[in-house]
Ligand binder design. Sequence first.
Ligand code: SER
Length: 337
Amino acid sequence: MRKRIILITGASGEIGMALIYSLLKRGVQNLVTLDIRPLDEEFIGKATHIQGDICDKALLERLVSEYEVEAIYHLAALLSTRAEFSPETAHRVNVEGTLGLLQLAAEQSEWRGSPVLFIFPSSVAAYGMPTLKIKESFPQVREWEWNYPRTMYGSNKLYCEMLGVYFSDYYRQLAAERPVMLDFRSVRFPGLISAFSMPSGGTSDYGPEMLHAAAKNEPYACFVREDTRIPFMAMPDAINALLKLAGARREDLTRRVYNVTSYSLSAGEFRQWVLKYFPKAQITFQPDHKRQGIVDSWPADMNDHDARRDWGWSPEYDLERSFSDYLIPNIRKRYQG
Ligand code: SER
């Protein structure tokens, strides 16, 4: 008998570490983690870690020969800024990597006779507002609006959402007997802010970077204009969203891809919040027009009504609470002992 496991890819990334922490806290013991990097020391001995590339077919084959995969949290990806420097690599990791895991989940679903749960974080980057004027006119986008991403990362996310829907609902649709199919569920996240880790390679990174720099007493030059507005969310809510969607009853879900968000904040407002707690913070604005272009193409906010209606999504950390109860106390502890 193969051991039943929950697989987490991208386990050493920001969302991965926060998710492992939450799952372990809930008493989940059958975690197998996969990442190109080693697992954070904190989790060693608490999860079985495989260090390797998600595109390595032999590695995935070995994995299923040893384990029965019940659920996959597929978090591995190259984020939006990094992906622009190596678009082909990003496509390989973000798209081919996801395709390989969807195939693995499809085979496992058929073999087990019950759907493998496939949880996929998508992103605000799946949107593309053509101009700032249109961005202003559509402040809260719905899932099906303005799906014209301008980045490799956003295009990869949007396409992988579609692949997930395909593998869940239409895979082998012309075969005489339809196989048992996987159960793909996805959330489109806004920019995420963690107190415990720093993002790397994203374009919403100016928010968390500003805050962490202030706590370290370092000056920070923000790479977007003060009036740049996108949605954000504190990391604990992102993890809640993933776990809540994973636990929802299939019959309650009317979509496979849901917007989730918490608050919409301009870079200037972000700076004000940081200054409230770190009055000496030295934050200036030195827009990089290329990265600015990417953030300008993201909507100012997302409408997450469907997630609220279907599976009771609601963020626990609004703007005030994110800073006062989660970010500031934990960041202070981290840098100031
Ligand atoms: N935070 C991501 C990025 O900046 C967006 O999902 O790439």
